[in-house]
Design a protein around this ligand. Structure first.
Ligand code: HEC
Length: 165
């Protein structure tokens, strides 16, 4: 009898352990992972844009604007990783009509980022979407806010959409 009980317990243990190994991560874990990926991606692209502007871009040399060059990187990332990225106009002039808010989520994101919220996010069945701020410093305002009355920082945005498998 004891051997039978021990064998059953062992079998149950094996079943539990193998299930734990093969089980898909829970939805909240998947969302958390997507949020973290979006945060890292945002910070990396934010710093890249600022450094490239500051160190490489010279207005009088007819160069492609860094924000436009980064769109080529967005296209690469989308092709390889299925992560969609695009700019969002928040404050100042709309520099490119493609950057206007595209839907209700993005309109709400513009309001949130204007109010200095650190980010705006949503989770749908299919994707995690996050809009975060891009700082427009004094050196950026000449073009972005031509009628400025002050040199305080302004805000643009970046929207990142990560599919939830
Ligand atoms: C010489 C003018 C000029 C300067 C200076 C400039 N930008 Fe821009 N920026 C533009 C134009 C034009 C676009 C639209 C480019 C496009 O989509 O082809 C743009 C687009 C952007 C966008 C996309 C969102 C939007 O509002 O359209 C971001 C983000 C951005 N710039 C950040 C910056 C930052 C950060 C700086 C300063 C470090 C800066 N820019 C300085 C002209 C400028």
């Amino acid at each position: 009898m004891r051997t039978v009980v021990a064998t059953v317990c062992l079998l149950l243990l094996v079943v539990c352990v193998s299930r734990a190994w093969t089980e898909e991560p829970s939805r909240s874990v998947v969302v958390q992972q997507a949020r973290r990926q979006a945060e890292i991606l945002h910070d990396t692209l934010h710093s890249t844009l600022q450094v490239v502007h500051h160190r490489y871009y010279r207005e009088d040399e007819g160069l492609l604007l860094p924000a436009a060059a980064l769109r080529e990187i967005f296209a690469d990332v989308e092709k390889r990783q299925k992560i969609e990225l695009h700019w969002l106009a928040v404050e100042g002039e709309v520099m490119n009509t493609d950057h206007r808010a595209r839907d209700e989520f993005e309109q709400a994101a513009v309001t949130a980022l204007k109010a200095d919220r650190p980010f705006h996010e949503e989770v749908t069945e299919k994707a995690y979407r996050r809009a975060g701020p891009i700082t427009l410093k004094n050196e950026c305002l000449k073009c972005h806010v031509p009628d400025r009355k002050s040199t305080e920082d302004r805000t643009a945005g970046l929207v990142i959409t990560i599919p939830l498998q």
